[in-house]
Design a protein. Structure first.
Length: 343
């Protein structure tokens, strides 16, 4: 039985890896929906996102949906990230575990850009009008423990973008697996995810219609439609390992590592660690190495730090609060804060 399960896991991993090779090539800066690649969730951003193999509960929706069914009961996560250039990301996720079925999740991510002055060819400093871009992603998730060691999960995300009379939409899929107690070692885990495999996106709308004169025609002023280009989803694959070691009754340590193959950006190598005291107080740190062969360095290549507290033991309420600090080259540091509730 164990041999069959292991072969199934290897088969799924091979399928996921092959899917990424099929759908993604290196096309930096040419993807649709770049907001899908912004990590969210302070707990795991604090460890640089290395926890692909052992992320669990409602947080797993973002990182590896296979871990969703490792949670208990029903949970809610509210997360906020102060990103670069006065951009922010707001995120809310809900999950519930259904006995004999698995776990279901629902998530909503909003990409907040703020107001932008409208400029034209004749008014490059602005024409007095303002647009407010609306970017959001609505997702549904399913995860199930196939055995005491193997879990599988998927996300289906509906992406919507709009600003200034144009809009675009698309569907993106995520899939992941986790394998616990790898090679018989208690606490050692393997995780693989493929994210953002889906439809292309193309902008359309009233603002793409312009009036112009065709010098080769006698029709005079005529309406013409600008045909926008299509862009593919920013497919990403992550392969990670993690090890959790209880030190004694009160203290435990978790270390993780992951490799991210980004078909529209710079690949990354991530390492991270989390120290837990009584499963209530957490100290976290990580590091991202992200430099391409030409020497281009990601603005996020740096250390990450964070901390968290679970109030269940001390206040008797199922609420956790987490914080992460992310230095960024050329920009102010990112700050993330989460509130997690268990029902």
């Amino acid at each position: 039985m164990k041999k069959n399960v292991m072969l199934a896991v290897l088969g799924v991993c091979t399928l996921l890896l092959g899917t990424t090779v099929l759908f993604g090539q290196k096309k930096a800066g040419l993807s649709a929906a770049p907001e899908l690649t912004i990590p969210i969730g302070a707990r795991y951003v604090a460890t640089s996102g290395a926890n692909i193999a052992n992320v669990s509960g409602v947080d797993a929706i973002t990182w590896n949906p296979a871990g969703l069914d490792a949670g208990t009961g029903s949970n809610a996560l509210f997360s906020y990230r102060q990103y670069i250039a006065d951009i922010s990301v707001s995120y809310v996720a809900l999950s519930t575990k259904i006995e004999g079925v698995g776990s279901l999740g629902l998530s909503l991510r909003s990409f907040n850009i703020g107001s932008i002055d409208v400029t034209t060819e004749t008014q490059p400093d602005g024409n007095g009008q303002v647009i407010n871009p609306t970017f959001f992603t609505l997702g549904i998730s399913y995860s199930r423990q196939l055995s005491d060691r193997v879990a599988f999960g998927v996300n289906v995300n509906a992406v919507s973008e709009g600003f200034g009379g144009v809009s675009a939409s698309g569907i993106a899929f995520d899939a992941g697996v986790q394998y616990k107690n790898l090679i018989g070692v208690e606490g050692l885990a393997l995780g693989v995810t493929v994210r953002n495999i889906g439809t292309s996106m193309q902008y359309g709308g009233s603002s793409l219609w312009v009036q112009a004169n065709d010098p080769s025609s006698a029709r005079g002023l005529t309406n013409y439609k600008i045909e926008a280009a299509t862009f593919e989803m920013p497919s990403v694959i992550d392969l990670g390992v993690g090890y959790t070691k209880p030190l004694d009754e009160d203290n435990s340590l978790r270390i993780s590592g992951a490799y991210e193959n980004d078909n529209y950006g710079i690949d990354g190598y991530r390492v991270g660690g989390e120290y837990a005291f009584q499963n209530s107080i957490f100290i976290r740190a990580g590091y991202l190495y992200s430099t391409d062969p030409s020497g281009t360095v990601s603005i996020f290549q740096n250390y990450t730090l964070g901390a968290g507290v679970n109030l269940q033991k001390y206040a008797g309420v199922g609420i956790s609060v987490d914080y992460a600090y992310v230095p960024v080259k050329y920009f102010s540091a990112n700050h993330l804060i989460d509130i997690r509730m268990e029902f």
